[in-house]
Every structure is written in C-alpha cells, then in structure tokens.
Design a protein around this ligand. Sequence first.
Ligand code: GDP
Ligand code: MG
Length: 440
Amino acid sequence: LSDRLTSALQTLSRKGRLSDADIDATAREIRIALLEADVALSVVKDFIARIKERAKGAEVHGALNPAQQVIKIVNEELVTILGGETRRLTFAKNPPTVIMLAGLQGAGKTTLAGKLALWLKKQGHAPLLVACDLQRPNAVTQLQVVGERAGVMTFAPEPGNGVGDPVDVARRAIDEAKRAQHDIVLVDTAGRLGVDEELMKQAADIRDAVSPDETLFVVDAMIGQDAVTTAEAFRDGVGFTGVVLTKLDGDARGGAALSVRQVTGQPILFASNGEKLEDFDLFHPDRMASRILGMGDVLSLIEQAEQHFDQEKAEQTAAKLGSGQLTLEDFLEQMLAVRKMGPIGNLLGMLPGAGQMKDQLAQVDDKQLDKLQAIIRGMTPAERDDPKMINASRRLRIAKGSGVAVRDVNELVNRFFEARKMMAQMAGRFGFGGGGGGSK
Ligand code: GDP
Ligand code: MG
C-alpha cells in the first residue's frame, strides 16, 4: 500500500496546486491500495467519496504542500473511521463488571483473557477468569495456565464431571465473583472454525445468563475481508459492544480494522500483537491509520510542520498581547475565530482568568459582532494598525461609512483599548508574551 500511495503522492508534490484531476488520480490509487490491503469494497467506496469531498473543499494549510495536504486528509479520515479517540471499557455501577469474549476458534480469545486480566490487575482490579469453553479438551487447562501467568484466579468446572454446561458455569462464576469480591469477571467462550448456529446459540445463552457489561468480539486481523462476514454473524447472533483485533504482529495490513469498524459501527478497544501476555495495548486509531497508510514518517513530518507553524503564529500573537501591541485587525481576527468555534459564552468560560472579560463579551451577540466587523472594515489599514490615531473626525467618517452612530465607533474603540490592557495584564500573569518573561 505504501509504495503505491507514495508514488501517487510524489507525483502530486511536484505540482504546485491541487486540481480536481490530481484528486481523482490520487483517489483511484488510494482505492486500489485499500482493496489490496483487504478492506471491504463498500468501505473503500465510502472512504474514497469522503476523501474526494474533503480534498476539493480543503483549505491548504499554510505550512503544507498539496501532497502533504492530501496525506493529512486521508489520514484524518482513516482515524475518523477507525473511531477517533480510543474508547475505554465500560464498568458496571454495581460490580462485578462482566466482560464476555466471543469470536471464532483461534481468534485469540483465551490468550486475550489472560492479557486483559493482567492489564486490569495492574490497574488495581481483581479479575476472575471464567472457563466457559468446554468444547475443546484442553481449553479449560489453557485458560488456567494463562490465569496463573497473569496471577489471577480462574473459575472452572470441577474435573471429572464429564462435559459441563457452560451456561451453568457462567452463572456460578458470577456468584463466586460476588462472594470472593472480584470486581471484574472475564468470560472466555468457545469458538468454532467457522460461524455456526450452535456456537452462536451457546454464546447467546451465556450472554443471557450473565448479562455482560461488555461483549468483546475478538477477531484475527489476518483474516482480512473475511472479518466482515464474521463480524456481521456475531453482531446478529450474539451482539457485541466492542472489538479486539489480534495478531497485529503478523503481516496484517489493517484492512480488517477498517472494515469491521465501518460495517458494525462498534469501536475497536484493544489491539493484541503477540503471544506473550504483555503484547497488548489499547487500540489507537491514529497508529492504525498510519499503519494502513504505511507513512508514519511522512505523518510525523506533517505534524511537525504544522506545530511549528501554529507555534510561530501563537508566539507572534502572544508577543503582541504581552507588549500591548494588539491591533484592531488582530482583534477582529480573534473575534471571527471565536465565532467560528461556537457560542462565545461557552468558550470564554474555558479561558483561565477570563472572569471579567467573560461578562463583558457574553453580551456580544452575533448581531453586535456583525456591527463590530462592519466598523472595523470601515477603517483604513493604518487605523486598524494603530487605533490611537482614530480621532473625532476619523470616527465620524468611519461611522458614516459603516452605517452606524459615532457612539458605536466610540464604544468599539474604548472596548478595544480595555481588552488590550486586560490581555496584556493576563499575558503578564501567565508568563507569556514579550513583557520580559524569560519563558518560551
Ligand atoms: P481462541 O481459540 O480464540 O481462544 O484462541 P487462542 O487464545 O487459543 O489463540 C490461538 C493461537 O493464536 C494461540 O497459539 C495463541 O498463542 C495465538 N495468538 C493469540 N493472540 C495472538 C497475537 O496477538 N499474536 C500472535 N502472534 N499470536 C496470537
Ligand atoms: Mg480459547
């Protein structure tokens, strides 16, 4: 995938601007590349449509060239589809929290049970493993071994009673957890090599018996496109609240992640990447996205370029604030930026120490903002730069030109000077800006 994409994007980077033809050509390449990575067709189609849409309407960030811009968009969309921020496990209000694992045989459920147990234990929980896979002869022992390694208790049917009933085991395990004060119960279930009704029914019966707070669908990332049908079968047969991808240490290209996520709408919570109990982590959509793209280096370059750019801008503004050199142009820019972000009141509440200013600005509604904007637009660049020069006759001219009363212009200018003073004070207090603080 990365080779294709890299070559497509290198073609782009040689051109100065992003044209529709460029975007279409890149989209075709990305499409092929995703299909090669075993992403399901419907998912690819959706994805490409989004990319095209966004690339066409995208503002080019000052710090990036068009090729980097496209990579950024592709990456962002991937991260969005993969789930944005990492979702955490949901814990029950009244312990124990019941987590049930479901998936095909060999998906990595039993191994995951041990990994999760260890992970949870390290966070101060006291998990109980429950052996509900009574199908395979060694399944119970396997879970017990894993449990010992993780240093947690395993609940299993007494040996010698023949094949036990997994539903019964699950039920008794919950009682045991309450008795022995385990706050988490991890239920390992049986899988089959293929999706079959008996398996689904058993899993559904266990589910009904223990009412899990989380049912995790465990899926081997190596199965690629097949992940979609398997996920759909488990979604319909058992239902699940989250996904765990396993065997990411293999040469899995990540296609399964994208497909399962998109088709089932359920978040991917964890990633397993090895046979050892420690080979386990929260699922990070951003890391998976760069893995799918195979462009980790490029992505970090982009991030650096952007950060550097933003930091320069922020430093410029901070320096202006601190030294009291804020211009009306900056003031307008700030107001427009704030407006773009939503209701002013909410935002200002988030600023540290913005108490007094909040009251003042909370009264500024959209209509007033329009008026302020009109007034500032009615000024010459020199006036915006150096508001001190705005004397009485200039005020009259500005008022006439922007269709407001002189009183309105006076008010704006006064408010601006007040704000500038306040900001300079704040900047001083927070130790940024040009006012002699040594900090960066
Ligand atoms: P289950 O049938 O779903 O319970 O699957 P198991 O937990 O028994 O795992 C099946 C095989 O896959 C075992 O040999 C595990 O050691 C192996 N396995 C599980 N998870 C991973 C993983 O993340 N990476 C690798 N390389 N192997 C894994
Ligand atoms: Mg197993």
